[in-house]
Ligand binder design. Sequence first.
Ligand code: X2X
Length: 341
Amino acid sequence: MKRHFWIVLILIAAFSLGVAMPAAAQQYKPEFKNSLVVGPTGPWGEAAAKFAELLKERTQGRINVKNYFAGQLFAGKQTNEFTLLNQGVADFALGSTINWSPQVKELNLFAMPFMFPSYKALDAVQAGEPGKKLFKLIEDKGVIPLAWGENGFRQVTNSKRPVRSPADLDGLKIRVVGSPIFIDTFRALGANPMNMNWGEAQTAFQQGTVDGQENPVVSVITPYKLWTTQKHITLWNYAIDPVILGVSKLTWESLNPQDREIVRKTALEVMAWQKKGARAGLEGSTEAVENLKRNGMEVVTLSAKDLEAFRAKTRAVYDKWVAEVGVDLVKSAEKIVAATK
Ligand code: X2X
């Protein structure tokens, strides 16, 4: 009774003085889980470490993010990440748009074969109406997207032979993510796509049960030292893979407004840094590619004419996916791309 009396008195005093409860008194759960498909090495994983560190510092320890690398939270099934976020099993995810595309099918926009000719075009699409629309669609599905980041332009590697034309892909077993557009694209090119989670793919590369895979140079191929199993790489920029730092709506609603502001600002800052990191050595430099060569990879670069052959083979896939992604969304992105080429 006595204790209640004092608590009530203090509350009345605080409110009558117009004193808000100080932010520091806010009690959150002891750990906020952040999901990643990749490990801690490379710009993608490093951004997660930076995000956790800065948030802890800026909230005086109120928001304690623990990073679950290498798919620990989604138990190997990377296309489940969005669902975990939506359910609040994961509080945050620094996730690839490919992995979220089964739930948000409009995100397949970035995987449409040979759609994005440059970083400039991608940035313009993200900053423009299509980017806003995609963020809105994600939010409508229970996840607050905080900031764009990047895995990168995806390049194909394999252990068998240099790939200069679609015929070189003929029959090659290529590991792809379990997102149907990738199966469509590699089938159209005559390859034998195999849907596999990234964790299992590592074993498949070691054992040679697949011949190749497709991923960006700086964010994945380099930190995973894929040259130990894949000798050939073709730089064809056939798809771009943005990542998004998102937070579960359930988690977001548990935060006070000041802390939401800190989270949003920190996410934007860290992801701008992450995006730069994903492009370092690729944009305005060839360092990242030189590094692949130093590690024994044979690098194939394609002329505009060579690229046209791949584009022609995948045209029907593109056309099919316009309807899946949404005609209006694709058209508005195409318009921006054409204007920024
Ligand atoms: O699984 C992949 O290939 C990766 C790491 O790039 C994604 O998460 C989409």
